[in-house]
Design a protein. Sequence first.
Length: 194
Amino acid sequence: MLGSAVQLRPLLPDFKGYDSRRSLFFDWYFEDDLTQAGKQVRDEPPFRRIAMRTSKDRIRQAVAFEIIGLLLVIPLGTLVFQYPIQEFGILGAIGASIATGWNYVYNLLFDRALKAYTGSTRKSLSARLTHALCFELGLMIVFLPIVSWWLNIGLVEALIVDVAFVAFYLVYTFVFTWCYDTLFPDQDMANVKL
């Protein structure tokens, strides 16, 4: 046992010793006795720091997702719906701007929930399908009135355009995330032997 002097406190902003550079979700703050107990104790659950993607990596993921998506969806949408490329391009840019912020937040929350639930950020096929579906449904709810307003069409027509966006991005999200996780695995996924 580490001794009675060891106190474990959740790392929250109102506690003395708060370090904003560390994750609030799973990190812990330890008194000096735990540090003296050695690295081995700190690396055992529940003391081990959860390995997750860095902010820089998440930004790279979100920006790459949107740029590649726009390069694919604008010409395809223009071809299918017969809107001028400028109108559809601007609509795509508006959607991409909204989706970039949503992408960052959603992936952070999804990875944390997955890590808490399964103990790993490695996504099974069902987790990937859930990830893609929930991402697109959340985005669709926000994007529907914007499509209607920008293209000056009714909500039913906007819903058709939005569903087409969702269908495209549902497949694209699944494929992109799988490829991204393969090309740029986080530390947790890199340690998993397949």
